[in-house]
Design a protein around this ligand. Structure first.
Ligand code: PLP
Length: 378
């Protein structure tokens, strides 16, 4: 049985937005770094040089995929750290500089901004429309001389809604650096820093077939950041810590494979997603209908059905999906993303996120829809 199918029922995995299985080519590229190429890239001997060469080659290849220079890549421990470095690094460097984000950002951005707010940074979170889209003019209206960073995600992790990042960059017009969290967008949209026009961009390898615990922050040449993690001064002083050579090597292979397959991904994965949504037409309604959504995401409401009980039933049948709301200390809280969109709490509690990915074929959409229909029948 393939790992991306349930070992008991053979049902395909549909929680790729949470994480993806590693692509075989990625593991193949990484394996030598667990054994013969184990050196610390910061040393001064042959073991170190081998590691350093591989690490710097990974940096160059990552830069080539993103359309930037190698020096502009800071490897991190993942998307969370990249987001934290972008927000805190800018706000601290500018001495309590202002932060403009959207209300639907990932917690890594929101919590980092709130931390800076406690240290004195003014923070403004721009509202979204009922489809979850940020209005570039609203972002621009809140930028002033004290703004240290603007951060709006390329696509939302819960709904898959694609944000108008280029338009936001144009509206801000160089008055403040713009960061985008492209963690979810990388699989199916053209993530090129010049085309997007952004000054900083976060990625996380495990969302596109790479290993967990590695990511990167693109930082435009000349943009100054305060380090958040201090120590040995790696990553040109922007992020200390022994270089994760194995992780970076795996990440860049996953980046290259994902970037080369974007058209195929959109077709294959988009078809699986569409067939899934069509298969559930009578029982579920899409949360987003009027704006562009990633090919991978389907956020559906099942009227009259509690999402948590459906999730448990689906898990029993081997179908892994996610609830849009998280359960904190026993109290069911509704997702901040849906709340910002004006979705009523009752509707939010009837909604689930299904996310397709590189392991899925078009037929998986039909199969998964049958599993959901059978679970609803019981
Ligand atoms: N940003 C977005 C949009 C995400 O979906 C995630 C992961 O869920 C992250 C950031 C955090 O990435 P990581 O898991 O690498 O810390």
């Amino acid at each position: 049985m393939k790992p991306e199918r349930c070992e008991n029922t053979g049902v395909p995995y549909l929680d790729h937005a949470a994480t993806t299985p590693m692509r075989p080519e990625v593991w193949e590229a990484m394996a030598p770094f667990a054994h013969e190429l184990f050196g610390n890239a910061s040393g001064a001997h042959r073991y170190a040089r081998q590691a350093k060469n591989a690490y710097e080659e990974a940096r160059e290849r990552a830069a080539a995929v993103l359309g930037c220079g190698a020096r502009e890549i800071v490897f991190t421990s993942g998307g969370t750290e990249a987001d934290n470095l972008a927000i805190k690094g800018r706000a601290l460097r500018e001495g309590r500089g202002g932060i403009v984000i959207s209300q639907v950002e990932h917690e890594a951005v929101i919590e980092a901004a709130e931390f800076c707010e406690r240290l004195g940074s003014p923070v403004y979170a721009v509202a979204v429309d009922p489809q979850g889209r940020v209005d570039p003019t609203q972002v621009s209206a809140h930028v002033n001389d004290d703004t240290a960073v603007v951060s709006v995600m390329a696509a939302n992790n819960e709904t898959g809604v694609i944000q108008p990042v280029r338009e936001i960059v144009d509206a801000v017009a160089g008055r403040a650096p713009v960061h985008t969290d492209a963690v979810q967008a990388f699989n199916s949209t053209d993530v090129n820093v010049e085309a997007l026009g952004v000054d900083m961009l976060s990625l996380s390898a495990h969302k596109f077939g790479g290993p967990k615990g590695v990511g990167l922050l693109y930082v435009r040449d000349g943009l100054s950041l305060e380090a958040v993690i201090h120590g040995g001064g790696q990553e040109l002083g922007r992020r200390s810590g022994t270089s994760n050579v194995m992780g970076a090597v795996g990440m860049v292979v996953a980046m290259e494979l994902a970037a080369a397959d974007r058209t195929g991904f959109q077709r294959r994965v988009g078809e699986a997603r569409d067939r899934f949504v069509q298969g559930l037409a009578g029982v579920a309604t899409p949360t987003i209908e009027k704006v562009d959504v990633l090919a991978s995401h389907a956020h559906l409401r099942f009227p009259g059905v509690r999402n948590e009980s459906l999730l448990i039933r689906l898990d029993r049948d081997g179908l892994a999906v996610s609830v849009g709301s998280a359960c904190a200390s026993g109290a069911a809280t509704v997702s901040h993303v849906l709340t910002a969109m004006g979705v009523a709490p009752e509707a939010a509690r009837e909604s689930l996120r299904f996310s397709f990915g590189w392991t899925n074929q078009a037929e998986d959409g039909d199969e998964a829809a049958r599993v959901v229909l059978a679970a609803l029948d019981r």
